[in-house]
Design a protein around this ligand. Structure first.
Ligand code: PRP
Ligand code: URA
Length: 210
């Protein structure tokens, strides 16, 4: 069954409080999402495996030391709002490949509609960080994982800034192998499936489209 890990680092919590504030501008919102994503990327990469390597230091000493073991990483933002988290992840894993999955939530049915997908050629061989600030009903995340699994991917981690229990449960039931990393688990969804207390519409706040 999926693990749900809440990152309670004080810096993440502090920045998340500013992110939620309705007075925070789009410019500040984008900067905060990048900062939070950088911190989340640092935390979520804790379990990367190391291997012994031999190097000669600038002092002429040859030593056995550690490097990350040739693991191939991928960052997959769910468009649009996931784009806001890409730079934060690339700050930590600059050599990761980036794939994109375009989904929007139909405002009437609340069902995800897929409109785009472009993945790295060797995506199935990569450990993937699937990023999206909001996990609400879970429909978008489930659909994005479906896309990745259809492409043969096996090692997928979801990283979301805010989630709600009902969305988490839906994703866990559909994809029990995918761990979910979040900065906060909020209280509930309102009648329009917006997260309460939440931060509003993440895409609109990032890109100023409202
Ligand atoms: C938001 C958000 C998630 C989705 C979450 O995207 O970024 O992708 O809603 O909702 P769910 O868990 O109920 O599926 P939205 O559909 O608003 O598209 P956008 O990122 O293009 O604004
Ligand atoms: N998508 C958002 O951007 N915000 C929510 O609260 C729910 C879904």
């Amino acid at each position: 069954m999926s693990n749900v890990i809440v990152f309670d680092h004080p810096l993440i919590q502090h920045k998340l409080s500013i992110l939620r504030d309705k007075e925070t501008t789009s410019k500040e919102f984008r900067e905060l999402v990048t900062e939070i994503s950088t911190l989340m990327a640092y935390e979520v990469t804790r379990d990367l495996e190391l291997e012994d390597v031999e190097i000669t230091t600038a002092m002429g000493e040859t030593i056995t030391t550690k490097k990350i073991s040739g693991k191939k990483l991928g960052i997959i933002p769910i468009l649009r709002a996931g784009l806001g988290m890409v730079d934060g992840f690339l700050n930590i894993v600059p050599n990761a490949k980036v794939g994109h999955i375009g989904l929007y939530r139909d405002p009437e049915t609340l069902e995800p509609v897929e409109y785009y997908s472009k993945l790295p050629k060797d995506v199935k061989d990569r450990t993937l960080y699937l990023i999206d600030p909001m996990l609400a009903t879970g429909g978008s995340l489930i659909a994005a994982i479906d896309v990745l699994k259809k492409a043969g991917c096996k090692n997928i981690k979801s990283v979301n800034i805010i989630a709600v229990p009902e969305g988490i449960e839906k994703v866990k039931a559909a994809h029990p192998d995918v761990d979910i990393y979040v900065a906060a688990v909020d209280d509930h969804l309102n009648d329009h499936a917006y997260i309460i207390p939440g931060l509003g519409d993440a895409g609109d706040r990032l890109f100023g489209t409202k």
